[in-house]
Ligand binder design. Structure first.
Ligand code: NAP
Length: 494
């Protein structure tokens, strides 16, 4: 990348607010060059076997693990997140990259099928990579949803070159991590253009507007996500936006015997990473008369202040608190982006359409609402925005209120966690990290888990093509040893 631009993404220490460096924005020429290289790599990636791409992803995962100390150090200085959290996130990023490679090699995402129409003609169908994918990472997961996070690794696994836009919350980490990944992919044999990074707001817009970009994956706020969805929709490309909402928790009356454990778990979960999780439980509905409000308040009082990621996120948190609770005096503003956790009490009636309590407030704050009857609580759950995840805390097996709440939440969220908090998202075959709008722009998609590859492929049928005219994945000899559906019958790989 030629760095000749004058504008830059500055880097700040969230503990002090001091500027620690900067990364120049990519120029429009840089972005065009990167896109052309990526477009040149697309047909190469599309024709190589998934097993080869699995090898590239494993090589890149090994390289980031080898550079872990340096990368975590950079991430700490730019995000203010803790050492253990960042080390764990980096290790999970590497494991996820290997997982997506293995999913690609297994091959069921290609959905290969073949039908013999009559004695002489046939039709085959399979999923082809869409081409170059543009990725926008989030501020709050510099590794997990960043330069080599879920979107990037699953797009590469699916056979698509990726151009990722660096998030300005951690610009120095972004360019260094991109360099580590790019070098490792090249050393493993990936063609030039397989992966690159661009820096700056305008570079992001140029990606979405470029005819060479065939799909966009975004993780971040509703405002930015919807702006990009509208922009991409104008030229008919899919924009998979994973956004932020209020993830609800419902505690049944029978679960109230575990009050203090649930209260502590709730506070731990909504203050994790200073509340900067898209899966943060932002609202808990608890049975009245069991002392939940006091127990939660006592737990919150034991949690220390922590810095948020950026000055903008800290300012948005403070103004969000003032909107959620206009009667509370503003707290003194410490150095850096540090804020204190807060819990806000509300009545069920306040959880009505238009209420600020139904919108995410990014940071360590959550709302607790007591309910009188389960029916009223379930009605309140129905008034919330659909979200990424929700939790139900139930009593013993056979708690019918839990059964009703799980069924109801499943209509409105991507994942229901039972007697567990929504903040942990495992990278597995059965994971669904998505949900109906406004949690995402595509309720059929997930940004975590094996099904994430489906965002970056497109089905094509070929009729009456001879073996040599077919791409390798569709050839009758099955050279990639893929599971297939032959004349309607599912045939596993050998
Ligand atoms: P953000 O403010 O939404 O920005 C994300 C990216 O989009 C940045 O690179 C930003 O570039 C760019 N952008 C912003 N507005 C844009 C516009 N109008 N047009 C084009 N590009 C634009 O990011 P964030 O601070 O990371 O957002 C935090 C949110 O992410 C929270 O709501 C959280 O819940 C959500 N989140 C969701 C998930 C999930 O999986 N669903 C995961 C993590 C976080 P510039 O900064 O250069 O403007």
């Amino acid at each position: 990348m030629t760095l000749t631009a004058t504008a830059e993404d500055a880097s700040f220490d969230p503990h002090t607010g001091e500027r620690t460096g900067a990364v120049p924005h990519s120029t429009a020429d840089d972005v065009s060059r990167i896109l052309r290289r990526a477009n040149g790599a697309a047909p190469v990636l599309a024709t190589l076997s998934p097993a080869i791409r699995e090898g590239w992803l494993a090589a890149a995962a090994a390289a980031v693990l080898a550079a872990s100390a340096e990368l975590v150090d950079l991430a700490r200085s730019e995000t203010g997140l803790g050492l253990a959290r960042l080390e764990g996130e980096l290790a999970r990023m590497a494991a996820s990259a290997r997982f997506y490679g293995a999913v690609a090699r297994e091959g069921s995402y290609l959905a290969v099928s073949r039908d013999d129409l009559d004695g002489e003609s046939s039709i085959v169908r399979g999923n082809f990579p869409v081409g170059v994918v543009g990725v926008f990472g989030a501020s709050n997961f510099p590794f997990g949803f960043g330069i080599f996070g879920h979107d990037v690794a699953s797009a590469l696994a699916a056979g698509c070159p990726v151009v990722v836009k660096a998030h300005p919350a951690h610009p120095r980490l972004s360019v260094r991590l991109a360099q580590v990944v790019r070098d490792a992919l090249a050393a493993a044999g990936a063609p030039e253009g397989t992966f690159d990074v661009v820096v700056g707001f305008d570079s992001g817009l140029q990606l979405v507007d470029s005819p060479l970009i065939r799909a966009v994956a975004f993780t971040g706020s509703q405002q930015a996500g919807m702006a990009l969805v509208e922009r991409g929709t104008r030229r008919g490309i899919p924009v998979f936006a994973e956004m932020g909402t209020v993830n609800p928790v419902f505690v049944t009356p029978a679960a109230a015997t575990d009050r203090d454990v649930i209260a502590r778990g709730f506070v731990d979960s909504f203050t994790l990473g200073a509340g900067q999780f898209c899966t943060k439980p932002g609202l808990i509905l608890v049975p009245a008369g069991h002392g939940f409000v006091d127990s939660i308040a006592a737990s919150v009082a034991r949690v220390a202040s922590a810095p948020l990621l950026t000055a903008g996120i800290a300012a948005a948190y403070r103004s969000g608190l003032a909107e959620l609770d206009p009667h509370t005096a503003p707290e003194p503003q410490p150095a850096g982006y540090e804020v204190a956790p807060r819990v806000i009490s509300a009545s069920l009636d306040e959880l009505a359409p238009g209420s600020r309590m139904l919108d995410e407030c990014f940071g360590p704050v959550a709302v607790v609402a007591e309910y009188g009857t389960v029916a009223n609580a379930l009605a309140a759950l129905d008034r919330l925005q659909p979200s990424l995840a929700g939790s139900v805390f139930s009593g013993a097996e056979g708690d019918e209120d839990a059964v009703a709440a799980i069924a109801q939440l499943a209509q409105r969220v991507g994942r229901v966690a039972v007697n567990a908090w929504p903040t942990g998202v495992a990278t597995t075959w059965s994971q669904q990290h998505g949900g109906p709008w406004p949690a995402t722009s595509r309720p059929d998609a997930t940004s975590v888990g094996a099904a994430g590859l489906a965002r970056f492929v497109r089905p094509v049928s070929l009729q009456n093509a001879t073996s040599i005219q077919l791409p390798l994945m569709l050839q009758p000899q099955n050279p990639w040893n893929l599971p297939r559906r032959l004349n309607g019958r599912l045939v596993p790989c050998e």
